[in-house]
Ligand binder design. Structure first.
Ligand SMILES: Cc1ncc(COP(=O)(O)O)c(C=O)c1O
Length: 374
Protein backbone atom coordinates (compact mmCIF):
# COMPACT_ATOMS: atom_id res chain seq x y z
CA UNK A 1 0.00 0.00 0.00
CA UNK A 2 1.26 3.47 -0.83
CA UNK A 3 2.15 5.44 2.27
CA UNK A 4 0.52 8.86 2.42
CA UNK A 5 3.95 10.55 2.50
CA UNK A 6 4.77 8.86 -0.87
CA UNK A 7 1.75 10.25 -2.68
CA UNK A 8 2.53 12.71 -5.48
CA UNK A 9 1.96 16.34 -4.55
CA UNK A 10 -1.67 17.32 -5.04
CA UNK A 11 -3.03 13.84 -4.32
CA UNK A 12 -3.85 14.95 -0.78
CA UNK A 13 -6.67 16.99 -2.22
CA UNK A 14 -8.31 13.85 -3.57
CA UNK A 15 -8.20 12.27 -0.12
CA UNK A 16 -9.53 15.23 1.83
CA UNK A 17 -12.92 16.86 2.12
CA UNK A 18 -12.96 19.30 -0.88
CA UNK A 19 -13.65 22.22 1.47
CA UNK A 20 -10.19 21.84 3.07
CA UNK A 21 -8.73 23.42 -0.05
CA UNK A 22 -10.16 26.70 1.31
CA UNK A 23 -8.45 26.41 4.70
CA UNK A 24 -4.84 26.87 5.77
CA UNK A 25 -3.13 25.21 8.74
CA UNK A 26 -2.62 27.55 11.71
CA UNK A 27 0.64 29.36 11.07
CA UNK A 28 2.16 31.03 14.07
CA UNK A 29 3.46 34.53 13.50
CA UNK A 30 5.55 36.33 16.10
CA UNK A 31 2.45 37.41 18.06
CA UNK A 32 1.25 33.77 18.26
CA UNK A 33 4.44 32.28 19.71
CA UNK A 34 4.88 31.37 23.38
CA UNK A 35 6.63 34.13 25.37
CA UNK A 36 9.88 32.11 25.64
CA UNK A 37 10.18 31.82 21.87
CA UNK A 38 9.33 35.47 21.29
CA UNK A 39 12.06 36.37 23.79
CA UNK A 40 14.52 34.15 21.93
CA UNK A 41 13.46 35.42 18.47
CA UNK A 42 13.77 39.07 19.46
CA UNK A 43 16.86 38.54 21.64
CA UNK A 44 15.14 40.28 24.58
CA UNK A 45 15.15 39.44 28.30
CA UNK A 46 11.67 40.67 28.96
CA UNK A 47 8.62 40.20 26.77
CA UNK A 48 5.00 41.12 27.49
CA UNK A 49 2.45 39.36 25.34
CA UNK A 50 -0.70 41.40 24.78
CA UNK A 51 -1.81 39.63 21.60
CA UNK A 52 -3.95 36.76 22.92
CA UNK A 53 -6.46 38.36 25.29
CA UNK A 54 -5.07 36.32 28.16
CA UNK A 55 -5.47 37.23 31.81
CA UNK A 56 -2.03 38.66 32.72
CA UNK A 57 -2.38 37.85 36.45
CA UNK A 58 -2.50 34.05 36.10
CA UNK A 59 -4.90 31.54 37.68
CA UNK A 60 -6.37 31.63 41.16
CA UNK A 61 -3.98 30.06 43.73
CA UNK A 62 -6.86 27.73 44.64
CA UNK A 63 -7.05 26.54 41.02
CA UNK A 64 -3.30 25.91 40.94
CA UNK A 65 -3.49 23.89 44.16
CA UNK A 66 -6.42 21.83 42.82
CA UNK A 67 -4.60 21.12 39.57
CA UNK A 68 -1.45 20.04 41.41
CA UNK A 69 -3.51 17.64 43.49
CA UNK A 70 -4.59 15.75 40.33
CA UNK A 71 -1.06 15.01 39.10
CA UNK A 72 -0.57 11.74 41.02
CA UNK A 73 -3.65 10.21 39.39
CA UNK A 74 -2.88 11.09 35.79
CA UNK A 75 -2.58 7.37 34.97
CA UNK A 76 -6.37 7.11 35.34
CA UNK A 77 -8.86 8.48 32.86
CA UNK A 78 -10.76 11.42 34.21
CA UNK A 79 -14.54 11.77 34.52
CA UNK A 80 -15.67 11.81 30.88
CA UNK A 81 -18.59 14.13 31.51
CA UNK A 82 -16.99 16.36 34.16
CA UNK A 83 -19.92 15.92 36.53
CA UNK A 84 -18.49 17.87 39.49
CA UNK A 85 -17.82 20.89 37.34
CA UNK A 86 -21.11 20.69 35.45
CA UNK A 87 -23.08 20.36 38.67
CA UNK A 88 -21.30 23.35 40.23
CA UNK A 89 -21.93 25.53 37.17
CA UNK A 90 -25.55 24.38 36.88
CA UNK A 91 -26.29 25.07 40.56
CA UNK A 92 -24.93 28.62 40.29
CA UNK A 93 -26.66 29.41 37.00
CA UNK A 94 -29.97 27.85 38.05
CA UNK A 95 -30.03 25.32 35.20
CA UNK A 96 -29.82 21.53 34.91
CA UNK A 97 -26.42 19.78 34.61
CA UNK A 98 -27.79 18.15 31.44
CA UNK A 99 -28.03 21.60 29.87
CA UNK A 100 -24.23 21.97 29.98
CA UNK A 101 -21.54 20.38 27.83
CA UNK A 102 -17.85 20.74 28.72
CA UNK A 103 -15.40 21.08 25.86
CA UNK A 104 -11.69 21.38 25.19
CA UNK A 105 -11.86 25.16 25.20
CA UNK A 106 -14.58 27.15 23.48
CA UNK A 107 -12.75 26.38 20.23
CA UNK A 108 -13.77 22.73 20.41
CA UNK A 109 -17.39 23.63 21.03
CA UNK A 110 -17.44 25.78 17.88
CA UNK A 111 -16.05 22.83 15.94
CA UNK A 112 -18.52 20.37 17.51
CA UNK A 113 -21.42 22.63 16.56
CA UNK A 114 -20.23 22.67 12.96
CA UNK A 115 -19.64 18.90 13.00
CA UNK A 116 -23.07 18.12 14.45
CA UNK A 117 -25.13 20.52 12.36
CA UNK A 118 -23.52 21.71 9.15
CA UNK A 119 -23.58 20.13 5.74
CA UNK A 120 -22.31 21.28 2.34
CA UNK A 121 -24.69 23.89 0.97
CA UNK A 122 -25.72 25.25 4.38
CA UNK A 123 -25.17 28.93 5.03
CA UNK A 124 -23.76 30.33 8.26
CA UNK A 125 -24.18 34.02 9.03
CA UNK A 126 -21.06 35.55 10.57
CA UNK A 127 -20.88 39.26 11.41
CA UNK A 128 -17.34 40.34 10.46
CA UNK A 129 -14.75 41.18 11.68
CA UNK A 130 -15.07 38.59 14.42
CA UNK A 131 -13.38 35.54 15.94
CA UNK A 132 -11.92 33.44 13.09
CA UNK A 133 -12.95 29.98 14.27
CA UNK A 134 -16.60 30.42 13.24
CA UNK A 135 -15.58 30.74 9.62
CA UNK A 136 -12.90 28.03 9.74
CA UNK A 137 -15.22 25.44 11.37
CA UNK A 138 -18.06 26.24 8.97
CA UNK A 139 -15.82 25.94 5.91
CA UNK A 140 -14.34 22.67 7.22
CA UNK A 141 -17.83 21.14 7.03
CA UNK A 142 -18.41 22.51 3.53
CA UNK A 143 -20.87 25.18 4.69
CA UNK A 144 -20.81 28.69 3.25
CA UNK A 145 -19.97 31.58 5.56
CA UNK A 146 -22.10 34.65 4.84
CA UNK A 147 -20.22 37.67 6.08
CA UNK A 148 -22.25 40.58 7.45
CA UNK A 149 -20.22 43.79 7.87
CA UNK A 150 -20.22 45.73 11.14
CA UNK A 151 -21.21 49.36 10.69
CA UNK A 152 -19.21 51.43 13.16
CA UNK A 153 -17.58 48.31 14.67
CA UNK A 154 -20.92 47.18 16.16
CA UNK A 155 -22.81 44.04 15.25
CA UNK A 156 -26.05 45.08 13.58
CA UNK A 157 -28.86 42.67 14.36
CA UNK A 158 -31.01 43.94 11.49
CA UNK A 159 -28.24 43.14 8.94
CA UNK A 160 -28.12 39.60 10.33
CA UNK A 161 -31.87 39.19 9.84
CA UNK A 162 -31.63 40.62 6.31
CA UNK A 163 -28.91 38.07 5.44
CA UNK A 164 -31.15 35.09 6.34
CA UNK A 165 -31.92 32.85 3.35
CA UNK A 166 -33.68 29.48 3.00
CA UNK A 167 -30.20 27.91 3.31
CA UNK A 168 -29.26 29.59 6.63
CA UNK A 169 -28.53 26.97 9.31
CA UNK A 170 -26.63 28.90 11.96
CA UNK A 171 -25.78 32.42 13.12
CA UNK A 172 -22.63 33.17 15.13
CA UNK A 173 -22.87 36.13 17.46
CA UNK A 174 -19.74 37.02 19.38
CA UNK A 175 -20.94 39.09 22.34
CA UNK A 176 -18.79 40.98 23.37
CA UNK A 177 -17.24 40.80 19.93
CA UNK A 178 -13.59 39.97 19.31
CA UNK A 179 -11.77 42.11 18.00
CA UNK A 180 -14.01 45.18 18.45
CA UNK A 181 -14.97 44.71 22.14
CA UNK A 182 -18.48 45.97 21.37
CA UNK A 183 -21.70 44.38 22.63
CA UNK A 184 -25.13 43.62 21.28
CA UNK A 185 -27.54 45.15 23.80
CA UNK A 186 -30.21 43.11 25.57
CA UNK A 187 -32.86 44.89 23.48
CA UNK A 188 -31.17 43.96 20.18
CA UNK A 189 -30.46 40.43 21.35
CA UNK A 190 -34.11 40.04 22.33
CA UNK A 191 -35.13 41.24 18.86
CA UNK A 192 -32.81 38.70 17.20
CA UNK A 193 -33.98 35.89 19.48
CA UNK A 194 -37.61 36.60 18.54
CA UNK A 195 -37.20 37.39 14.84
CA UNK A 196 -34.64 34.81 13.68
CA UNK A 197 -36.57 31.92 12.09
CA UNK A 198 -36.98 29.13 14.63
CA UNK A 199 -35.10 26.43 12.70
CA UNK A 200 -31.84 28.47 12.69
CA UNK A 201 -29.38 27.92 15.55
CA UNK A 202 -28.26 31.13 17.25
CA UNK A 203 -24.80 30.67 18.77
CA UNK A 204 -23.90 33.37 21.30
CA UNK A 205 -20.19 33.24 22.07
CA UNK A 206 -19.80 34.85 25.50
CA UNK A 207 -16.07 34.22 26.01
CA UNK A 208 -15.62 37.79 27.36
CA UNK A 209 -18.87 38.10 29.34
CA UNK A 210 -17.08 38.47 32.69
CA UNK A 211 -15.52 41.77 31.65
CA UNK A 212 -18.78 43.50 30.69
CA UNK A 213 -19.65 46.58 32.76
CA UNK A 214 -22.38 48.05 30.50
CA UNK A 215 -25.80 47.51 32.09
CA UNK A 216 -27.50 47.33 28.67
CA UNK A 217 -25.87 43.91 28.14
CA UNK A 218 -27.64 40.60 28.72
CA UNK A 219 -26.42 37.04 28.37
CA UNK A 220 -28.14 34.71 25.91
CA UNK A 221 -28.99 32.61 28.99
CA UNK A 222 -31.70 35.15 29.78
CA UNK A 223 -33.40 34.21 26.50
CA UNK A 224 -33.15 30.41 26.68
CA UNK A 225 -36.77 30.09 27.75
CA UNK A 226 -37.86 32.15 24.76
CA UNK A 227 -35.94 30.20 22.12
CA UNK A 228 -35.22 26.50 21.60
CA UNK A 229 -32.48 26.98 19.01
CA UNK A 230 -30.01 28.93 21.11
CA UNK A 231 -26.69 28.08 22.71
CA UNK A 232 -24.32 30.16 24.84
CA UNK A 233 -20.58 29.51 24.73
CA UNK A 234 -18.34 30.24 27.72
CA UNK A 235 -14.66 29.63 28.49
CA UNK A 236 -12.27 29.32 31.43
CA UNK A 237 -9.49 30.89 29.30
CA UNK A 238 -10.20 34.53 30.08
CA UNK A 239 -11.25 35.78 33.54
CA UNK A 240 -10.31 32.40 35.07
CA UNK A 241 -6.85 32.59 33.45
CA UNK A 242 -6.80 28.89 32.54
CA UNK A 243 -6.17 29.19 28.78
CA UNK A 244 -3.67 26.32 28.61
CA UNK A 245 -5.91 24.03 30.70
CA UNK A 246 -8.40 24.10 27.78
CA UNK A 247 -11.84 24.17 29.36
CA UNK A 248 -14.90 25.70 27.77
CA UNK A 249 -18.59 24.93 28.01
CA UNK A 250 -21.87 25.33 26.21
CA UNK A 251 -25.31 25.96 27.72
CA UNK A 252 -28.46 25.06 25.85
CA UNK A 253 -31.56 22.90 25.94
CA UNK A 254 -30.94 19.19 26.44
CA UNK A 255 -31.79 18.05 22.88
CA UNK A 256 -29.02 20.23 21.40
CA UNK A 257 -26.56 19.27 24.15
CA UNK A 258 -27.40 15.63 23.36
CA UNK A 259 -26.52 16.16 19.68
CA UNK A 260 -23.17 17.64 20.66
CA UNK A 261 -22.39 14.68 22.94
CA UNK A 262 -22.78 12.43 19.88
CA UNK A 263 -19.76 14.02 18.20
CA UNK A 264 -17.74 14.80 21.35
CA UNK A 265 -14.59 12.73 21.96
CA UNK A 266 -15.36 10.98 25.30
CA UNK A 267 -12.36 12.36 27.21
CA UNK A 268 -12.20 15.79 25.61
CA UNK A 269 -11.65 17.79 28.81
CA UNK A 270 -8.55 16.70 30.72
CA UNK A 271 -8.60 16.02 34.47
CA UNK A 272 -6.17 18.81 35.36
CA UNK A 273 -8.38 21.31 33.56
CA UNK A 274 -11.55 20.02 35.20
CA UNK A 275 -10.03 20.34 38.69
CA UNK A 276 -8.63 23.82 38.01
CA UNK A 277 -11.87 25.03 36.47
CA UNK A 278 -13.95 23.78 39.42
CA UNK A 279 -11.71 25.48 42.00
CA UNK A 280 -11.64 28.67 39.96
CA UNK A 281 -15.42 28.66 39.44
CA UNK A 282 -15.84 28.46 43.22
CA UNK A 283 -13.26 31.20 43.88
CA UNK A 284 -15.64 34.07 43.25
CA UNK A 285 -13.41 36.54 45.14
CA UNK A 286 -10.63 35.91 42.66
CA UNK A 287 -12.95 36.39 39.68
CA UNK A 288 -14.22 39.64 41.17
CA UNK A 289 -10.65 40.87 41.67
CA UNK A 290 -9.76 40.03 38.06
CA UNK A 291 -12.84 41.84 36.77
CA UNK A 292 -12.05 44.90 38.86
CA UNK A 293 -8.41 45.00 37.70
CA UNK A 294 -9.53 44.71 34.07
CA UNK A 295 -11.96 47.60 34.47
CA UNK A 296 -9.30 49.79 36.10
CA UNK A 297 -6.58 48.91 33.60
CA UNK A 298 -8.95 49.36 30.66
CA UNK A 299 -9.65 52.91 31.82
CA UNK A 300 -5.91 53.46 32.26
CA UNK A 301 -5.21 52.27 28.68
CA UNK A 302 -7.91 54.63 27.40
CA UNK A 303 -6.18 57.53 29.17
CA UNK A 304 -2.85 56.66 27.51
CA UNK A 305 -4.49 56.40 24.09
CA UNK A 306 -6.26 59.72 24.63
CA UNK A 307 -2.93 61.34 25.51
CA UNK A 308 -1.35 59.84 22.38
CA UNK A 309 -4.32 61.11 20.36
CA UNK A 310 -5.12 57.63 19.04
CA UNK A 311 -8.80 56.78 18.46
CA UNK A 312 -10.10 53.49 19.89
CA UNK A 313 -13.34 51.57 20.10
CA UNK A 314 -14.66 51.60 23.72
CA UNK A 315 -14.51 48.00 24.86
CA UNK A 316 -16.53 45.70 27.09
CA UNK A 317 -13.81 43.04 27.02
CA UNK A 318 -10.17 42.58 28.07
CA UNK A 319 -8.78 44.16 24.90
CA UNK A 320 -9.11 47.40 22.96
CA UNK A 321 -9.16 47.97 19.20
CA UNK A 322 -7.01 50.99 18.38
CA UNK A 323 -6.78 53.03 15.18
CA UNK A 324 -3.05 53.68 14.70
CA UNK A 325 -3.77 56.20 11.90
CA UNK A 326 -1.06 54.48 9.81
CA UNK A 327 -0.20 50.98 8.63
CA UNK A 328 -0.69 48.94 11.83
CA UNK A 329 2.57 47.10 11.19
CA UNK A 330 4.43 50.25 12.23
CA UNK A 331 3.06 50.27 15.78
CA UNK A 332 3.42 46.50 16.12
CA UNK A 333 7.09 46.76 15.16
CA UNK A 334 7.75 49.77 17.39
CA UNK A 335 6.32 47.98 20.43
CA UNK A 336 7.90 44.60 19.55
CA UNK A 337 11.35 46.23 19.59
CA UNK A 338 10.66 47.05 23.23
CA UNK A 339 9.32 43.56 23.97
CA UNK A 340 5.60 44.35 23.84
CA UNK A 341 3.65 42.13 21.49
CA UNK A 342 0.21 43.25 20.30
CA UNK A 343 -2.15 41.95 17.62
CA UNK A 344 -2.05 43.48 14.15
CA UNK A 345 -5.74 43.65 13.22
CA UNK A 346 -4.89 43.21 9.53
CA UNK A 347 -5.83 39.54 10.10
CA UNK A 348 -9.36 40.86 10.71
CA UNK A 349 -9.20 43.00 7.57
CA UNK A 350 -8.40 46.18 9.56
CA UNK A 351 -4.99 47.22 8.27
CA UNK A 352 -4.72 50.45 10.35
CA UNK A 353 -5.85 48.87 13.61
CA UNK A 354 -4.21 46.94 16.40
CA UNK A 355 -5.88 44.98 19.20
CA UNK A 356 -4.20 45.45 22.57
CA UNK A 357 -4.97 43.07 25.45
CA UNK A 358 -5.53 44.84 28.77
CA UNK A 359 -2.29 43.93 30.50
CA UNK A 360 -1.05 44.84 33.97
CA UNK A 361 -0.81 48.55 34.72
CA UNK A 362 3.00 48.55 34.57
CA UNK A 363 2.98 46.96 31.10
CA UNK A 364 0.42 49.43 29.80
CA UNK A 365 2.47 52.28 31.29
CA UNK A 366 5.41 51.16 29.14
CA UNK A 367 3.15 51.33 26.05
CA UNK A 368 2.28 54.91 27.02
CA UNK A 369 5.98 55.82 27.22
CA UNK A 370 6.72 54.28 23.81
CA UNK A 371 3.77 56.10 22.23
CA UNK A 372 5.04 59.37 23.74
CA UNK A 373 8.44 58.83 22.14
CA UNK A 374 6.94 58.86 18.62
C1 LIG B 1 -14.59 35.09 21.00
C2 LIG B 1 -13.76 33.91 21.36
N1 LIG B 1 -14.35 32.71 21.44
C3 LIG B 1 -13.63 31.63 21.75
C4 LIG B 1 -12.28 31.70 22.00
C5 LIG B 1 -11.52 30.45 22.29
O1 LIG B 1 -11.44 30.23 23.65
P1 LIG B 1 -10.84 28.91 24.26
O2 LIG B 1 -9.49 29.23 24.77
O3 LIG B 1 -11.78 28.52 25.34
O4 LIG B 1 -10.80 27.89 23.16
C6 LIG B 1 -11.63 32.93 21.93
C7 LIG B 1 -10.19 33.00 22.20
O5 LIG B 1 -9.57 34.02 22.28
C8 LIG B 1 -12.38 34.06 21.57
O6 LIG B 1 -11.81 35.26 21.45
Amino acid sequence: MTAVRDLPEGTWHQLARPSLAYLKPFQAELADLPVERIRHTLGLDHVVKLSFNENPYGPSPKAIEAMQATLASLHLYQDATGDLLRHAIAADLGIKPGEIILTNGADELILLLALALLEPGDEVIIPSPTFGQYQASSIAMGARPISVPLPDFRIDVQSILTAVSPKTKMVFLCNPNNPTGTIVTSRDLGHLVDELPEHILLVADEAYIDYVTDSSYASALDYLERRANLIAIRTFSKVHALAAARVGFGISHEPLIDLLHRVRPPFNVNGIGQAGALASWQDTDYQEKMRELNTQNRAYLYSLLDEANLPYVPSQANFVLVDTKEDATMMCKRLAKEGIIIRNAAIFGLSRHVRITIGRKEDLCRIGQILDER
